[in-house]
Design a protein around this ligand. Sequence first.
Ligand code: ADP
Ligand code: UDP
Length: 237
Amino acid sequence: MTKREQLYEGKAKKVFATDDPEFLIVSYKDDATAFNGLKKGTIIGKGVINNRMSNLLMQRLEKAGIPTHFIKELSDRETLVKKVSIVPLEVIVRNIAAGSFSKRYGVEEGFVFETPTIEFSYKNDELGDPLMDEYHAIAMKIATEEEIETIKKYAFGINEQLKAFWAECGVILVDFKLEFGRLMDGKIVLADEISPDTSRLWDSKTGEKLDKDRFRRDLGGVEDAYAEVMKRLTEHI
Ligand code: ADP
Ligand code: UDP
């Protein structure tokens, strides 16, 4: 597969065309941003970890019956994926209160939910990714009712798979963000990435944060935290 022109450079990845119109190459960077791009920095080695971790988790999800964009890891930082038309919704699943949920509702971080929750944000940097009700998403033709149902079913299924897997690694899956897209034939698949950039991961014994919150909140030890979750994942996958 030949890499062609760069189509897009995002905050964490670059996207390249290939000689097949149905495939893309994504390239993971070490750049880190938070607070809608206001805070910028570098997490050395992050791109390599996120590429590998996302690919290993997506292959596991495929085996569990969840369709994903993953095709093949090409190198440390690069992966061949199926090109999708991204549904512009950030799909957030939570098992435990943290981050924006805690702030919005005044709930302490660490409050364990009776059942997992799901919410959508409209993927729009200019508007700051506002929360979006599913009826609003359907009204704005961002997704059909059927697509929203499929996305919810996949998102909760992914949560069950990932929660159980991370538990085996001694890690609590607090929350995470997913993106879905449509293949040429309209089929919905999981796209983008699953990594410590897009998930909250807490050590099961100590409660220590092993994810991007170390960067967001200037807690230090960012690189070590990413390396630690990657080590645990490779020992258990
Ligand atoms: P952002 O755009 O938020 O800065 P990234 O730096 O991660 O995020 O850029 C990757 C971009 O590629 C995102 O906009 C994401 O929605 C998009 N993307 C991820 N997977 C696919 C795919 N399989 N096909 C098309 N676009 C994708
Ligand atoms: N998240 C993400 N990208 C975003 C917003 C959130 O990957 O643009 C992830 C974040 O890492 C966390 C989960 O989604 O695992 C929930 O984030 P939250 O809504 O609490 O927002 P934050 O505290 O990051 O502002």
